[in-house]
Design a protein around this ligand. Structure first.
Ligand SMILES: *Cc1c(COP(=O)(O)O)cnc(C)c1O
Length: 358
């Protein structure tokens, strides 16, 4: 009965959902395995406590101080007028689609890529075009530009480093796409902090490209997934436009204060990135030693293949207390880099599973 009341374009769709299972080793949603360092957690508690006498008043609608802190973290000469923030980069991307997409417009992405982007397009009534990566998950500049010219989307989503495959794009791809479209080009850099040395961020292109948007998040490297804070850097007019669609006071006083306290200790928090990258690299090496194909990773996760029925492997790992992600790519699974103990638990469970199947 209720289904008939639902918007026709939403009927039959399934909600975003990584299974939230309570298992000993959870390596399925690319969270940072380390809690905030104690001193940083204490600074967050103090900053949040200082807001408590003011909770009867609305927060700063424009989150000006937080956006200035985010701009300072990003560098590249950015300031608050070129930075926008919201409750996770998912909300940031929803704001972009609300303002620049919508009914009668289309967004294009290169699959396999971030599964939330088509869902956000659907929720905002934006048409979605799934263009494709090569069989080895790479994206070639000329092919990307050709797809964009063929479909003439209003927004293009690039994800670099890409989720679920893990590899960063060369900036020549971003530049080719910018040349091929007169629309907005959004580069989702949720995993930028984990990229291998020498990887260049699309932030370096912002000064020359007013239609370029780079989104980031505090959910991964900053270990602040539960705090919900995402942001973007773009031309000031893009940022201004997002004010038209955001809810008033969308970032609570508590969120703004907590995020600023974490940013004030960025160095201490980001010290965990090197440890996580070491575990990632160890997984890549060990998985390749097992004879499995593995995508190069610039992220805190690894996509590995050669599994045949990946659902069966996923279930067998779960039975051993290890939760990884089935992203729907036949033969492949995605695993997040955890603590050394978690990584070891995953690798030895997988070795057992493969041995039993051999
Ligand atoms: C995890 C992830 C995000 C983060 O989303 P938040 O809403 O900021 O938690 C964004 N983009 C990609 C590709 C991701 O994998």
């Amino acid at each position: 009965m209720i289904n008939e009341l639902l918007r026709p374009d939403l009927r039959g769709r399934t909600a975003y959902g990584a299974p939230e299972l309570d298992v000993p080793v959870r390596l399925n949603t690319n969270e940072n395995p380390y809690p905030l360092p104690e001193a940083v957690a204490a600074a967050v508690a103090k900053a949040v406590a200082a807001e408590l006498p003011h909770l009867h008043r609305y927060p700063d609608r424009d989150a000006a101080a937080l956006r200035a802190d985010l701009a300072a973290y990003l560098g590249h000469g950015l300031d608050a007028s070129r930075v926008w923030a919201a409750n996770g980069s998912n909300e940031v991307q929803q704001h972009l689609l609300q303002a620049f997409g919508g009914p009668g417009r289309t967004a294009l992405g290169f699959v396999p890529s971030y599964s939330m982007q088509p869902l956000l397009a659907a929720a905002t009534g934006t048409g979605w075009v799934a263009a494709h990566r090569a069989d080895d998950f790479t994206l070639d500049a000329a092919q990307a530009a050709a797809a964009v010219r063929a479909h003439r989307p209003d927004l293009v989503f690039l994800c670099s480093p890409n989720n679920p495959t893990g590899t960063a794009l060369d900036l020549s791809v971003v530049e080719a796409v910018l040349s091929a479209t007169s629309g907005l080009v959004v580069v989702d850099e949720a995993y930028a902090e984990f990229a291998r040395p020498g990887t260049r961020s699309a932030l370096t292109l912002l000064d020359r490209h007013p239609r370029l948007v780079v989104t980031r998040t505090m959910s991964k490297a900053f270990g602040f997934a539960g705090g919900r804070l995402g942001y973007l850097a773009a031309h000031p007019e893009v940022v201004d436009a997002l004010r038209l669609v955001r809810l008033p006071y969308h970032l609570s006083r508590l969120t703004q204060a907590a995020a600023r306290a974490v940013l004030a200790h960025a160095g201490e928090v980001l010290a965990a990135v090197a440890r996580i990258c070491a575990e990632r690299d160890r997984m890549v090496t060990r998985l390749r030693e097992m004879g499995l194909p593995v995508a190069d990773s610039d992220t805190n996760f690894v996509l590995f293949g050669g599994l045949g029925d990946q659902q069966e492997v996923w279930r067998a790992l779960l039975a051993r207390g290890v939760l990884v992600r089935d992203v729907g790519l036949p033969g492949w699974l995605r695993v997040t880099a955890g603590t050394p103990e978690e990584t070891e638990a995953f690798l030895s469970a997988l070795a057992q599973v493969l041995k039993e199947r051999a």
